[in-house]
Design a protein around this ligand. Sequence first.
Ligand SMILES: Nc1ncnc2c1ncn2[C@@H]1O[C@H](COP(=O)(O)OP(=O)(O)OP(=O)(O)O)[C@@H](O)[C@H]1O
Length: 285
Amino acid sequence: METTPPRGRPAAPPLLQVDSVTLAFGGVRALSGVSFEVQPGSITAVIGPNGAGKTSLFNTISGFYRPTGGSIRFRGREITRLPPPERARLGLARSFQNIALFRGMTVLDNIKLGRHAHLKTNVFEALAYWGRARREEAELRRDIEERIIDFLEIDHIRHAPVAALPYGLQKRVEMARALAMQPEILMLDEPVAGMNREETEDMARFILDVRAEWGATVLMVEHDMGMVMDLSDHVVVLNFGQVIAQGTPAVVQADPEVGRAYLGSGDVQSLRAKLQAAARQGVAA
Ligand SMILES: Nc1ncnc2c1ncn2[C@@H]1O[C@H](COP(=O)(O)OP(=O)(O)OP(=O)(O)O)[C@@H](O)[C@H]1O
């Protein structure tokens, strides 16, 4: 199995290291010895057929599940036992497969809530922030909120209740809330699931821009094979809770075990189409 640094970038110390992670639910082994690394500045995608363990892996990395074995390190620091808010404070922010916004609240209030991962909870720390420093922090916060709203082109809906928005925009607001945590790693759980082609293309552009303009590293779970292959530097393929292949999109697409894992699933058509397009480009080059 080949691992590769992101395209056009020299190898750097990994930002996230998932090492031999195992997770069991009673008798069900959702993850078995899963290992991979996320390089800084990369877009890394986790793919796999239904039930492969992608969500379990995301929940383990963000701290919602405790692994039965193995370790997770972020910037070299062991975070395996840290609760989710601590991980968020360190720089891991995530969105959810089924949107987890406060639906009765406005877009802006949802984004503001994202900042809470950074708010001081200790009374003495809070007092230390009283006065000027606090005002400066509030201004900085407003600046960040405005930059996010501008960046994700959601100014026109800032005061709209989330429940009234179409699905594609709700997904964008979820991304905005995660960005408000100013994460080093933005974890996106199926960012384009349920979106039409135009919404998918918009989201793909935002993901690329998140890296370019916000300097965030992206780790995503996604079923849309076209988007994964176009955007990712590194792809990790799970099947039955195990990593069966990883590497660049080209390496993964050429792996026969990946094709076999997708046989019988609806995703195989898009994977095949992608393979054929890549082959045609090879001939044209
Ligand atoms: N809370 C849970 N309790 C028991 N079993 C679970 C739980 N969550 C997941 N599993 C099992 O773990 C395995 C992996 O599921 P998981 O949802 O992580 O896969 P997935 O790749 O995200 O699937 P999908 O693409 O359908 O979202 C499956 O066999 C699933 O039934």
